[in-house]
Design a protein around this ligand. Structure first.
Ligand code: NAD
Ligand code: MG
Length: 395
């Protein structure tokens, strides 16, 4: 049956990969809506190719630009703006599936709209679960939505768990989840040199081509920390049931360890089109365009993560142990810190310092309303910004 698909963040790495898979299967998927933030030319090209019913941009200026580049084409796309535009297309009655591929906390509101309206949600935006795990999972349950993870590790775990896993690891004999991590570009760089690394070095990931924010997160291993929190919510496991394993080749995308000693893994080439195609077609299988895995000549190796080198990974476990607003604050502080690092305002090693300082200021009571979470997010951003201004002498 034809699926109407909305791609939130279609101009990003995940968005572009999603459209690559979709273009291979015009008989299965119809692009209903696309959204972009700054790369209006890319969005215009996508609109010309897929002729969606809607496109969403941040404001009227961008809407005029998009509209101008679509005149004299066959494209009949209607243009919406802002967060309300994102929520409209995510929750639209004609949308069947929503790919949530906006980066950062900006992805939360439309993901919630998709959850409340019972969509099939393809979740790449891990920040949604880090910032608002409890609230989001509740909205998915209440709205009757289907949640399919796109993050390659979580997609691998999803595939390695029994079909119809209902969030009870004990009931199906799961001992642990083994979350693999490449270790990023600085896995073996002397720790003393980490203070000097540049945004270009941090964004040059050895195995995956990704957006700049997640690339820096991979270099600090904050990404793996965010993924630990993501796994806690997606699969309802305790933090002590999650083991992080450094596996530099990124061939094993993660594993589930069962009480009988069986370990089930998903393997493949590191290409996000595999989890995207898996989630798009689930429970069917479709061609993703990814070349078959060639195991000959490969060496698969494993190491324990070094928490001295990667303090951000420890912060995520602390955030889970503390509960309350810790994860929300950690996520917000990290977004501000990574942006400052990319703008060359702070050093690489200062990202972890900002994250730690701001997270430790967070409230220990749980927030069960969106308003409280948004407030905690804003407060943490303010604290991080203030800290950076102090350090850079701009206060
Ligand atoms: P990206 O930077 O390449 O793309 C981000 C997208 O979000 C773009 O379309 C951009 O226009 C949009 N966007 C940015 N700010 C926005 C805002 N304020 N409002 C609305 N839209 C906005 O990022 P990416 O690498 O594609 O990652 C997207 C998400 O998927 C992230 O949450 C990331 O953690 C997750 N993810 C990515 C990968 C990967 O391989 N790239 C793997 C796993 C998970
Ligand atoms: Mg991942």
């Amino acid at each position: 049956m034809m699926q109407n698909l909305t791609v939130l963040g279609s101009t990003g790495t995940i968005g572009v990969n999603t459209l690559d898979v979709v273009a291979r299967h015009p008989d299965r998927y119809r692009v209903f809506a696309l959204t972009g933030h700054s790369q209006i030319d890319v969005l215009a090209g996508q609109c010309r190719q897929f002729n969606p019913v809607y496109a969403v941009v941040p404001d009227d200026v961008m809407a005029d630009r998009l509209s101008a580049s679509l005149t004299n084409t066959n494209c009949r796309t209607r243009i919406l703006t802002g967060i309300s535009g994102l929520e409209t297309v995510a929750g639209h009655p004609e949308t069947d599936s929503v790919m949530c591929a906006i980066v950062g906390a900006a992805g939360l509101a439309p993901a919630l709209a998709a959850a409340k309206t019972g969509k099939r949600i393809l979740l790449a935006n891990k920040e949604t679960l880090v910032m608002a795990g409890h609230l989001f999972m509740q909205a998915v349950a209440d709205g009757g939505a289907t949640l399919l993870p796109i993050d390659s590790e979580h997609n691998a775990i999803f595939q390695s768990l029994p079909v119809n896993y209902a969030g009870n690891p004990q009931a199906v004999g799961v001992r642990r989840i083994m979350l693999t991590a490449s270790g990023g570009p600085f896995r073996s760089k002397p720790v003393a040199e980490l203070a000097q690394v540049t945004p270009e070095q941090a964004c040059a990931h050895p195995n995956w081509v990704m957006g700049r924010k997640i690339s820096v997160d991979s270099a600090t291993m904050m990404n793996k920390g965010l993924e630990v929190i993501e796994a806690r919510w997606l699969f309802n496991v305790q933090p002590e049931q999650i083991q992080v394993v450094i596996h530099p080749q990124s061939v094993i995308h993660s594993m589930v360890d069962y009480w009988d000693g069986s370990v089930i893994a998903e393997l493949g080439n590191p290409d996000m089109r595999t989890p995207i195609a898996q989630a798009l077609a689930w429970p069917d299988r479709i061609d993703s365009g990814v070349s078959p895995l060639d195991l000959f000549g490969q060496q698969l190796t494993f190491e324990q993560p070094d928490l001295q080198r990667f303090p951000c990974l420890q912060l995520a476990f602390t955030a889970l142990a503390q509960g309350g607003m810790f994860a929300t604050a950690l996520n917000a502080a990290n977004e501000v810190a990574v942006a400052a690092f990319l703008a060359r305002q702070i050093r690489f090693d200062q990202i972890a310092e900002i994250n730690k300082t701001v997270m430790n200021l967070a409230a220990t009571q749980d927030a069960r309303t969106l308003g409280a979470l948004i407030e905690a997010d804003a407060l943490a951003r303010e604290q991080a910004t203030h800290l950076i201004a102090q350090w850079t002498g701009k206060d």
